[in-house]
Design a protein around this ligand. Structure first.
Ligand code: SF4
Length: 90
C-alpha cells in the first residue's frame, strides 16, 4: 500500500480512536467505505476531508471537516457515532 493509502488512513483512524477513547465501527464494510471516501478526498483536495460533507473550497469552512472533524466527539456523545459512522462510542 503506498504512503498515504488506505492502510495508512486506517492506521490514523485506529490511533485517533485509541487516543479519544472511542472505537472504529464494528461493521468493517462501513469503515472500508468511509476510508475510501477519505482517500478520494485526500487525492482530490490534498486532505482527508469528511466524505459525508461538502468541500467548499473556502479554507476556513473546510478545515474543520478534515477527519477527525471538529464535531466528532460531540456527535459521538449525542448519537453514539460520528456523522459518517466511522467512529462509534467506545
Ligand atoms: S464525521 Fe466521522 S468520518 Fe467524517 S470527518 Fe468526522 S470523524 Fe471523520
Amino acid at each position: 500500500m503506498p504512503e498515504g493509502g488506505l492502510a495508512e488512513l486506517r492506521k490514523v483512524a485506529e490511533r485517533v480512536a485509541l487516543e479519544r477513547g472511542v472505537k472504529l465501527n464494528p461493521d468493517g464494510r462501513i469503515v472500508e467505505a468511509i476510508l475510501k471516501g477519505l482517500l478520494r478526498n485526500k487525492e482530490r483536495f490534498g486532505k482527508p476531508y469528511c466524505p459525508c460533507r461538502v468541500v467548499t473550497g473556502i479554507p476556513e469552512k473546510d478545515e474543520p471537516k478534515v477527519c477527525p472533524c471538529a464535531w466528532m466527539m460531540e456527535d459521538i456523545e449525542r448519537k453514539g457515532r460520528c456523522h459518517c459512522g466511522l467512529f462509534v462510542k467506545g
